[in-house]
Design a protein around this ligand. Structure first.
Ligand SMILES: NC(=O)C1=CN([C@@H]2O[C@H](COP(=O)(O)OP(=O)(O)OC[C@H]3O[C@@H](n4cnc5c(N)ncnc54)[C@H](OP(=O)(O)O)[C@@H]3O)[C@@H](O)[C@H]2O)C=CC1
Ligand SMILES: O=C([O-])CC(=O)C(=O)O
Length: 266
C-alpha cells in the first residue's frame, strides 16, 4: 500500500481525493493544510478520505509519497524537508522553482535523501516532446496563456487593468518564464514547466492574456529546434472551484500518482 500525504485541500486537492478514493494500492494517509484550513479540510476528509489525518505538517513517519497541490510556499515548507528525509514527491506548483536557486535546492534535497521529485505536466501537454527535443537542441520556445478576465483576479493584472470592464483580449504580461512564474504564481506554473522541460526559465518567452471572449484556459506552445517544430493549443475547462486552475491539472496529478503503483505505466 502506497501511503500518501496530500498537501493542499483546495480545488485540486479535493478533486484528487474524489478520484483516488477507491483506488486499490493507494491510501491518502495525511492531508496537510495551513492551520486556518484545518476545519474545511476535516470536512472534506470525512467524506472522501476518512482514514487520513488532517495536519499542518507532514507526519514524520508512515508516508511513502508526498503529493503537493497547495501553492509555491508549500515547496519550501513541505517538499524540501520531505525530500531530505527520503520521501518521494510529486509537485504541481512548478513555478516555485523559478525563484533563484530553488530548482537547485530541490534537486540537491532529492539527491541527499536518495529519492526523486517529479514535476507534473499539469495543465499543459507536449512536455515529453520538449524534454526529448532539448536533447537535440532547441532554438526557440514560446508559451502563450490566455484566460478569461476573472482568472486574473488577485494578480498584478488587476492593478494595471479594470478586468471586469475589458472588451477585448489584453496582454497583461510579456517576458521570461521566470518572471511570469514569479509574478503570477497561481497562473503561470505551466509556463515554468514548459521552460524547465525546454529552453530554461530565462530563454523561454511568455505572453499572458486576459480575454473576455474565452471561457476556457487556453495554453499554446510553439517550439523549434533540431527535431523540427511543433505548435500545441490546449483549450482547458477550468475547475468550478477555482477559475485559475484547469481540470486537466487534477487528471495529470492523478495519473502521476496511479503510475507509482501501476504494473503498466502510461
Ligand atoms: N502545474 C500546473 O499546471 C498547475 C499548478 N497549480 C498549482 O496548484 C496550486 C493549488 O491550486 P488550487 O487547488 O486550484 O488552489 P486553491 O487555492 O483552490 O487551494 C490551495 C489549497 O492549498 C492550501 N495551502 C496553501 N498554502 C499552503 C501551504 N503552505 N501548506 C499547506 N497547504 C497550503 C490552501 O489552504 P488555505 O485555504 O488554508 O490557504 C488550500 O487548501 C496553485 O497555487 C498552483 O501553485 C495550479 C494550476 C495548474
Ligand atoms: O491550470 C491551468 O490552466 C494553468 C495554471 O493555472 C498555471 O499554470 O498555474
Amino acid at each position: 500500500m502506497l501511503r500518501i500525504a496530500l498537501i493542499g485541500c483546495g480545488a485540486i486537492g479535493t478533486t484528487v481525493l474524489e478520484l483516488l478514493q477507491n483506488d486499490p494500492g493507494l491510501q491518502v494517509s495525511a492531508i496537510v493544510v495551513t492551520p486556518t484550513g484545518q476545519a474545511a479540510a476535516r470536512e472534506v476528509a470525512r467524506r472522501l478520505a476518512p482514514q487520513a489525518v488532517v495536519a499542518s505538517e507532514v507526519p514524520a513517519e508512515g508516508i511513502d509519497l508526498l503529493v503537493e497541490a497547495a501553492g509555491h510556499a508549500a515547496v519550501a515548507h513541505h517538499v524540501l524537508p520531505a525530500l531530505e528525509r527520503g520521501v518521494a514527491c510529486i509537485v504541481a506548483s512548478i513555478g516555485a522553482l523559478s525563484a533563484e536557486g530553488v530548482a537547485q535546492q530541490v534537486e540537491a534535497a532529492a539527491v541527499r535523501g536518495g529519492t526523486q521529485v517529479q514535476l507534473i505536466s499539469g495543465g499543459i501537454g507536449a512536455i515529453d516532446v520538449l524534454a526529448a527535443a532539448r536533447i537535440g537542441g532547441l532554438d526557440a520556445v514560446r508559451y502563450t496563456g490566455r484566460k478569461p478576465p476573472r482568472a486574473w483576479k488577485g494578480t498584478p493584472a488587476e492593478q494595471a487593468h479594470d478586468l471586469d470592464a475589458l472588451t477585448q483580449a489584453t496582454v497583461i504580461f510579456e517576458g521570461s518564464a521566470r518572471d511570469a512564474a514569479l509574478r503570477y504564481p497561481k497562473n503561470a506554473n505551466v509556463a515554468a514547466m514548459v521552460s524547465l522541460a525546454g529552453l530554461g526559465l530565462d530563454a523561454t518567452r511568455v505572453q499572458l492574456i486576459a480575454d473576455p471572449a474565452v471561457s476556457d484556459n487556453i495554453h499554446a506552445v510553439e517550439a523549434s529546434g533540431a527535431f523540427g517544430n511543433f505548435e500545441l493549443t490546449m483549450r482547458n475547462r477550468p475547475l468550478a472551484a477555482n477559475p485559475k486552475t484547469s481540470a486537466l491539472t487534477v487528471y495529470s496529478l492523478v495519473r502521476a500518482v496511479r503510475n507509482r503503483v501501476a504494473a503498466l505505466a502510461i
